[in-house]
Structure formats: C-alpha cells, structure tokens
Write a protein that binds this ligand. Structure first.
Ligand SMILES: O=C(O)CCC(=O)C(=O)O
Ligand SMILES: [Fe+2]
Length: 487
C-alpha cells in the first residue's frame, strides 16, 4: 500500500507536541531533545507566533545548557521584535543582568518604557525605578514615570511617588501629598507604607485633602481601569489610546506638582535634586572570619519593594529546596523561618540592580552569584549556628547531578531589608562579633580563608527574634560561573 502523505499539522499543534515532550521528559533524554528541535524548527520558520517566546523562556529556565543565556537572548530578541510582551519583559531583565551578552540598563529601560506605554502596570513601575537609577529618558523623570504608573492604579507606584514627595527627591517636597500617597499605597495592601507615613511630622499640610482627592479620583477611574486591556507594543511611537485619559484624570486632582506635558501625558513638575545612589562605605569588622558591613546598601524603596513582592510567596523553609540536598538538610535543621526563592526566574529590576551592586563591590561576576532568596523571621524564629560553605563532595554532586558549576560558596551576602526591633542580630561566635542589622544594611562574610579553604571560623547564626520581623535578601558568591561547565 502506498504511504499516505502526512497531513500538514498547524504550528500550534506542533508547539503543543514539542512542549509536551519537553515537559514530560528530562533534558538530555532523546524525547526531550526531539521536542526541543521541533520547537526550534518551528521558531525558525514561524514569525509572530508563540514558539520564539517559548524557546527564550525555556533557555532561561534550563540555564545549565551550553550557552543557554546566549540562546535565550537570541530567541527573546526575535520574539520581542515581534512585540510579544512577555518576551520584552524577560529580555529587559536579561539586559539588566548582562547574562548572555552585554549588560545594558538603558536597553532594559527602553523595553519597559515601551511596555508601560501599552498599559502594562508593572512595566510602568520598573521603568520609573530604572530611570531613578540611570537618569531621565528623553526628558521623562522618575517622578513623572511613577505618576504615570499611579494613573494605571499600580499600588507600588503610590508608595514610590509618596516617598519622593516626602523626601523631595526630584520633586518639590510636600509631606502632605507624600503622606496621602503612602496612605493610598497602604489602602492597596502595600506593607510598610503606613509605618513610613507615621514617621512624618503630625502637621503635614493638606494630607487629608490630598488623601480624599486621590481616593475619590481612583474610585472614579475604576471602570476605565478594569476595562483597560494592555496593547501589543508593535510600534514605538503609538501609545495605548486609553493612557492619556487616565493620566489626565489623575492630574485633575489639582495638585500644583501634577501637570500635562504638551503631548497630553502626565508629568511631575521638577523640583529638588535627584538623589543618586552613592554606593555605601564598607567597614571591615574582623579578618577571621572576614566580615564587613555596608550601611545604606539598598534604599528604602528597594527594601520595601522586595518585601512586598516576596510576601505572598513566603513559605516555611521546608517547602522549598534549592537543590543542594546536604546543605538544605542542614538549613532545615537550623532555620525555622520562611523563605522565598526570588531567584532568576522572575523579572525584577530591583533584584538585578542589587546583583550589579554586589558585583561592583566584590568584583564577583554576576554569573557567579547564586540566585537570591528572601528569608523572613518572626519572634522566636532563628537560624542556629551553621556554616555556608560546601563540602568537596557537595561541590562535585552539584556539578554532576544538578549542573550547578559554581563550585565553592566563597562568601555570603546578606541584605537587611527590615531589621527586627529587638533580637535577631547576625552573630559570628568565633570572632565574638555581633552585627545588629539596620534597614538597608548589607553584611558580607567569607566562608573560606585567604587560600580558599573552608573556614570553620565562618560559623554564624541569626539569633532569635525578640520583637518585630526580620527580612533578609541573600545570595552567595560562588567561585565560578554557575552556568558554564569548567573548560
Ligand atoms: O539571619 C541571619 O542573620 C543569618 C542568615 C544566614 O546565615 C544565611 O542565610 O545563611
Ligand atoms: Fe548562613
């Protein structure tokens, strides 16, 4: 019987097939690799579809494959050029980290601005934050970009803009408006906003008036906000038609600092000097183990952002395993707080900027930084004395079984996002050093001695919390790139 020709299957069906093969079978198996080549051949031929974005996302996730970040960059760029929003978002993140190619904060910012102009709320916040780091983009200041994110009803933007008005960062200071914006952020569930507002002097002129107006304003905007469907960012110049109306509506609260530019977009009248991150000064506390602290390593905004972003995903430590079994068992035996692997699998401009800052201070390349996690303790919780270094067997196992090629954890980087009110300091018993953290302060300790040998004196503990909460952002500095097998 003559062979009947196979009917041509639509791409979407083939994408589903390849996806199934890749999800159901581990990388390296013939089924998985067949799924991958199928997806690659679709991505090469199909413009405007889903395959390029899926491939980009795949290489970000399976980052231990050879040249995975380069591949991710390649496919994400193609998908982003076609205006796939998810791809633009992840590509922006890749530009910020520099994994896979040159690091470019402005390229990341550019992509988030394009998404913001299509009504993507988180992108609007990320763009504003990045402008605060790299400086205005085509005349758009950070405060104005936050105002536009506020017009989209994005709660974190109320917090960020409120903070700017309280401190007069890039705007004419107005504690009444600042207070009102923070209260609106708190209304939206933003943690820490009310505590910060409470630190404002009691006589903050106009705070009730601006609070009432902001509240009524958002209430009236509600129907348009819920109906807003973000656009597809195909052309740079075309802004989502719904945005101007929302921005004009927010500007109509009548505060003299809010106005419309000649094109009808919202902006904040520029005022006080823009505060720039100056880089903190490090103090070495001891040499054995090597421990240093850097106060004000991260800003109030950055700390609040990370706490709020991680909060919904915090789980008991037992619920998460990073894949380093021996160390994890030890971790579970000594740590009884909660954890969130913020890591690499999520777009987050603050995380990327902090990683860059760690890298600048330590000279450790970003690809050698273990994906960060956030941990949190409440009263009674603690991290009993432990060491963070890997055993030789663990290093070998990491590379063989988990394709983690980073080798030894040379140093541990801890950032106090929120310091507890009592208890909870980081203690190094061998040196008799006890670090009482402060909000935004970084603590770094080396786990090996000057010759790279495991240093038992690096034993340390997070003492039990007595009052308040303790939040840490943490990463380790590995000896090698996590992603590249040694040549
Ligand atoms: O809570 C602390 O201060 C220490 C945390 C710690 O040792 C770790 O995350 O490895
Ligand atoms: Fe530790």
């Amino acid at each position: 019987m003559p062979e009947r020709p196979q009917p041509l299957r639509p791409f979407s069906e083939q994408v589903a097939t390849s996806n199934r093969l890749m999800v159901q079978h581990r990388p390296g198996t013939s089924e998985h690799e067949r799924g991958l080549s199928l997806l690659q051949s679709i991505a090469e031929h199909e413009a405007g579809g889903h395959a390029r974005w899926l491939l980009g996302a795949y290489f970000l996730q399976v980052c231990s494959r050879p040249r995975a970040h380069e591949q991710a960059l390649y496919w994400l760029r193609l998908a982003a050029d076609e205006g796939t929003p998810e791809a633009m978002d992840r590509l922006a993140d890749l530009y910020l980290s520099g994994l896979g190619g040159e690091q470019s904060l402005t390229a990341g910012l550019d992509l988030q601005l394009r998404l913001a102009d299509q009504g993507f709320r988180r992108a609007a916040w990320e763009a504003a934050y990045l402008i605060g780091v790299v400086g205005p983009s085509e005349g758009l200041t950070a405060a104005s970009a936050y105002l536009r994110a506020c017009a989209l009803g994005h709660v974190p933007a109320y917090f960020s803009l409120g903070l700017r008005f309280l401190t007069g960062n890039g705007v004419e200071p107005d504690s009444g408006l600042g207070h009102a914006l923070l209260r609106r952020a708190a209304d939206g569930g933003y943690q820490g906003a009310m505590e910060l507002a409470a630190r404002v002097p009691v006589r903050a002129d106009g705070r009730e008036k601006w609070y009432d107006r902001l509240k009524a304003n958002l209430h009236a905007a509600h129907p348009s906000l819920s109906a807003l469907v973000p656009g597809r960012p195909n052309q740079r110049q075309i802004v989502h038609p719904g945005l101007a109306a929302l921005e004009q509506h927010l500007v109509s609260i009548g505060h003299p600092a809010f106005e419309l530019d000649p094109t009808g977009r919202a902006r904040v009248v520029p005022g006080g000097a823009e505060s720039v991150a100056e880089g903190c000064t490090w103090t070495w506390l001891c040499q054995r183990p090597r421990v240093a602290t850097g106060p004000a390593f991260a800003t109030t905004e950055e700390c609040a952002h990370l706490i709020n972003k991680a909060s919904p995903g915090m789980r008991a430590a037992a619920g998460y395993r990073r894949g380093n079994s021996e160390n994890e068992d030890a971790e579970l035996a000594s740590f009884n707080g909660r954890v969130h692997p913020m890591g690499a699998l999520e777009t987050d401009a603050v995380t990327r900027i902090l990683e860059s800052r760690v890298s600048t201070f330590t000279g450790c390349p970003i690809e050698n930084l273990e994906p960060c996690s956030i941990i949190c303790y409440v009263p009674g919780e603690e991290y009993k004395p432990h060491t963070d270094f890997f055993s030789d067997e663990q290093i070998e196992l990491n590379a063989r079984a988990k394709r983690d090629y980073g080798g030894q954890r040379i140093a541990t980087f801890l950032l106090y996002l929120r310091a507890p009110q009592a208890g909870g300091s980081t203690k190094y018993p061998a040196a008799g050093v006890d670090v009482a953290g402060e909000d935004g302060m970084a603590v770094i300790h080396y786990n090996v001695d000057q010759d790279g040998r495991q240093d038992l004196d690096s034993l340390h503990a997070g003492l039990p919390i007595v009052q308040g909460e303790k939040w840490l952002w943490r990463s380790t500095l590995r000896k090698n790139s996590l992603y590249k097998p040694p040549a």
